[in-house]
Design a protein around this ligand. Structure first.
Ligand SMILES: Cc1ncc(COP(=O)(O)O)c(C=O)c1O
Length: 423
């Protein structure tokens, strides 16, 4: 049966689409998935940071069933309550100044929408993104994505007037500095770009992941983001926080921007917004949104009633079950334990993260990336019933991103498996 599904998939699905494991799943619930191989796995990938409440969460399933009985689709022909209920909730939980929303279906679509909004309302064309970041795979969003050149290969020319500054990845400083010596050369590089490559008054927006996701689970220094916010304000450049992966409690706060006390002008959200249903949003202040004329952007499926109902139930569950507190507490325990593993295992070069967005970087003796060892560890974890996935350009960083419902005992079990796999 399992082999049959995989065999049929290989015949029918494009090889461009890569699956992370060879498991076929017949049922997924909470932090677990049941394989057709008869094994139960702990899913610490959360469907790529998406099922933040675990698989098939009861309240989301109930809300979806109720919604399906009433309205499945509108296509912006008529209004319906779930889209407004969701916008009200988002206005409450997103950073101050984010008041109005445009709903779409995927993270890439939200990023494209945000860039369109910035270009349209500022009348400027320039876009600055960061080397190492991931913003999606559509032609517009891939023009910003540089987590690896492989994703861009074969698709040039991409969107013009998109420029890249180095992401502040301190463990492997793109400017060759060390943490103690650094005087934020990466920020100075960005300032130089504005003197040599594009004038600030031509830049519509700067798009940044407040914690780098696909590119390596990198937490930037707070100073960097604060300076970036200041620079944007000074030049009338819109600060776009891509919170597609970091949002909805992943880092222990609703949005990662809160850790750095910065307020973006525009926010993009997707992934975990609707408990696994496809939905994304662009959020901005009323002032910015009111500059987007009627018909300047649109969608058929965006803000689907069922996805919106799922999103409302997800947000209510995170609040009522105090899952942010759980992530902070259990996340702290995980980082402490991983840090102590690092002391005993020289091939763990770095442990970093916030909440349940934790990266463990594997290195060789000379400090270079060690994807081979990472592969062995991931395979051993899978054999022992723990699903983990990697990230980073060299695929040498394991990401721990369990659902927010993972308790201390779940994390302890996962880390026990990980520790055994290291052995
Ligand atoms: C930060 C970020 N932005 C955008 C995207 C693209 O999202 P999607 O795959 O839903 O298009 C991703 C996906 O991993 C992401 O992590």
């Amino acid at each position: 049966m399992e082999q049959d599904v995989i065999k049929r998939a290989r015949e029918l699905l494009t090889p461009a689409l890569v699956f992370h494991t060879e498991i076929t799943v017949r049922r997924a619930y909470g932090i677990y998935v049941d394989g057709t191989d008869g094994k139960r796995y702990m899913d610490f990938s959360s469907g790529l940071a998406t099922v933040n409440l675990g698989h098939c969460p009861e309240r989301v399933v109930e809300a979806v069933k109720r919604q399906i009985d009433e309205i499945i689709h509108s296509g912006c022909i008529f209004y319906y309550p779930s889209i407004v209920g969701l916008a009200e909730r988002l206005r409450r939980i997103t950073p101050d100044g984010i008041d109005m929303f445009f709903f779409s279906n995927s993270g890439a679509e939200a990023v494209e929408g945000a860039v369109k909004l910035a270009r349209y309302t500022t009348g400027r064309q320039g876009v600055i993104a960061f080397t190492g970041s991931f913003h999606g795979r559509t032609m517009g969003s891939i023009s910003l994505t540089t987590s690896t050149s492989k994703y861009r290969k074969g698709y040039h020319p991409l969107l013009p007037s998109v420029f890249h500054a180095p992401y502040p990845y301190c463990y492997r400083c793109p400017m060759g500095q060390t943490r103690d010596e650094c005087s934020m050369e990466c920020f100075k590089y960005l300032e130089r770009m504005l003197r040599h490559i594009i004038s600030p008054e031509e830049v519509a927006c700067i798009v940044i992941e407040p914690v780098l996701g696909e590119g390596g689970y990198v937490v930037p220094p707070e100073d960097y983001l604060v300076n970036l916010r200041r620079l944007c304000t000074e030049h009338g450049i819109l600060f776009i926080a891509d919170e597609v992966q970091t949002g909805f409690g992943r880092t222990g706060t609703w949005f990662a921007c809160e850790h750095f006390r910065i307020k973006p002008d525009i926010i993009t959200v997707a992934k975990a917004i609707a408990g696994g249903f496809p939905l994304s949003a662009v959020g901005a202040s009323e002032e910015i949104m009111k500059g987007w004329s009627p018909g300047a952007h649109g969608t058929t499926f965006g803000g689907n009633p069922v996805s919106c109902a799922a999103a409302c139930a997800s947000i209510d569950t995170i609040e009522e079950e105090q899952l942010l507190e759980n992530v902070q507490k259990v996340g702290r325990y995980a980082i402490e334990r991983l840090m102590s593993l690092k002391k005993d295992h020289p091939f763990i070069g770095d442990v970093r993260g916030l909440g349940f967005m934790i990266g463990v970087e594997f290195v060789k003796e000379d400090g270079s990336p060690n994807p081979e060892l990472l592969n062995t560890v991931i395979e051993r974890c899978l054999e022992k019933g723990l699903i983990l996935v990697e990230c980073g350009r060299e695929k040498n960083i394991i990401r721990f991103m369990p659902p927010l419902i993972a308790k201390h005992t779940d994390m302890e079990r996962a880390l026990n498996i990980f520790e055994e796999a290291l052995g």
